[in-house]
Design a binder for this molecule. Structure first.
Ligand code: GLA
Length: 402
């Protein structure tokens, strides 16, 4: 983080001269378990990771905003209060979406200069976009000393993504980026928006992220399709089971009730609903397993989650299946599953410390034999990190903000 901060400060000096008023940082995430459940009011259990987006900002007089992205080497300029959702610069849309949501709450920072930098890989399913949104909101709010709770920040950033960017995502990514706690996963109830912090740094074990290198091509259209299939499935069930006719009605459904109620249901809709219902149970199980140090149960639930995403939810792909298969064949792997929306991106695995290198080597050795044209896989251990915060401030009064 220290190096990333030095780099953004020197980029700021180079592009604008002098120092920013403050730098905010927001992490990417890995979801340990609870996939494709958030938008159905289900349970998720993500962790914030030690990869962040940094947002350096300085107030300037007037009504212009000038920005620069270190990663894209691109400069932008726009008047305050102008939010163009079709702006050709795609990364800027996330910033504009957040500024627009802030504007709707009459939170208006006036003119400013900003620089964005970061090391969350893009398109890898580690939520670089949520990190950018949350970093933007944190920086702007701290700049003008406006307090919003972290949960409000998460919801505002989700609205930015839903309304402005046009991705109908759930709340998980923005929530963990804003509220993450070091060494912990958050078990988030996406119906009530309450969370429990679950100690997830497993002694003698490492959480390993393996990036398949496959970009998540289909994700937007297939994601929206899965959401609408879940809604249609729920509606079908609600017509037959009145106790499900309530907000987040799926939570009142158990796998057993589903199997008896589902006769005559469209088989695709049944599979989608079955994934969500059984995944909620797996999150509860995995949470208990983490609390009790029951690694066998934890691993079984991670592995079962992958199979359900592959077979019932159909969001995996041969590349992710292959990485999971290579890892779960190794005797010291506790469990492995795809993480994030699917269709490419990353796998998360829990392995014993002493087998980290061997696990990475096994994937890097076997995977290219099956997928000779794929990009090289990269893999690294993650540190479970804290959520968004201000990491630099040139004036002591700005230091207080979260
Ligand atoms: C994406 C979305 C999240 C969640 C996951 C799947 O990351 O942004 O809201 O739905 O996919 O679990």
């Amino acid at each position: 983080m220290k190096q990333a901060l030095e780099e953004i400060l020197s980029a700021f000096q180079r592009v604008f001269g002098g120092q920013p008023d403050l730098v905010a940082s927001a992490p990417g995430r890995v979801n340990l378990i609870g996939e494709h459940t958030d938008y159905m009011g289900g349970l998720v259990m993500p962790v914030a990771i030690d990869r962040q987006v940094l947002f350096a900002i300085r107030s300037i007089p007037g009504d212009l905003v000038t920005g620069y992205s270190v990663d894209f080497g691109e400069s932008v300029k726009f008047p305050t209060g102008k939010f163009d959702p079709t702006h050709p610069c795609r990364w800027l849309r996330y910033v504009l979406g957040v500024l627009k949501e802030l504007d709707q709450l009459e939170i208006r920072p006036g003119g400013f200069e900003f620089i964005i930098a970061g090391n969350v890989p893009q398109g890898a399913g580690l939520s670089s976009s949520a990190a950018l949104e949350v970093a933007t909101a944190t920086a702007v709010l701290n700049l003008i000393q406006h307090q919003l709770s972290k949960r409000e920040i998460a919801l505002l950033c989700q609205r930015a993504e839903n309304n402005f960017v046009g991705m109908a995502c759930g709340i998980m990514d923005q929530y963990i980026s804003a509220l993450g706690i070091a060494d912990h996963a958050l078990k988030i109830d996406c119906a009530s928006l309450e969370f429990e912090a679950v100690s997830a740094a497993v002694p003698d074990h490492t959480w390993l992220v393996i990036d398949s290198g496959k970009k998540r091509g289909l994700v937007d259209s297939e994601y929206n399709l899965r959401r609408s299939q879940c809604q249609a499935g729920l509606q079908w069930l609600q017509e037959r089971l009145p106790h499900l006719r309530q907000p987040h009605g799926l939570r009142a459904l158990t796998p057993e009730i589903l199997e008896t109620a589902a006769s005559g249901m469209d088989p695709v809709l049944l599979r989608r609903i079955r994934h969500v219902v059984t995944e909620n149970t797996r999150v509860e199980n995995a949470c208990q397993a983490l609390r009790h140090g029951d690694l066998a149960a934890l691993g079984a639930n991670l592995n079962a989650s992958h199979l359900s995403l592959r077979d019932d939810y159909e969001v995996s792909c041969p590349e992710l299946d292959s990485i999971v298969e290579i890892l779960t064949r190794l005797p010291r792997t506790i469990g492995a599953r795809l993480t994030g929306a699917g269709f490419g991106g990353c796998v998360i695995a829990l392995v014993r410390d002493e087998t980290v290198q061997a696990s990475i080597a096994a994937v890097q050795n076997e995977y290219p034999k099956k997928f000779p044209n794929s990009l090289p896989v990269s893999a690294w251990p993650i540190r479970l990190s804290a959520g968004a915060k201000t990491i630099f401030s040139s004036t002591p009064t700005l230091k207080s903000g979260g």
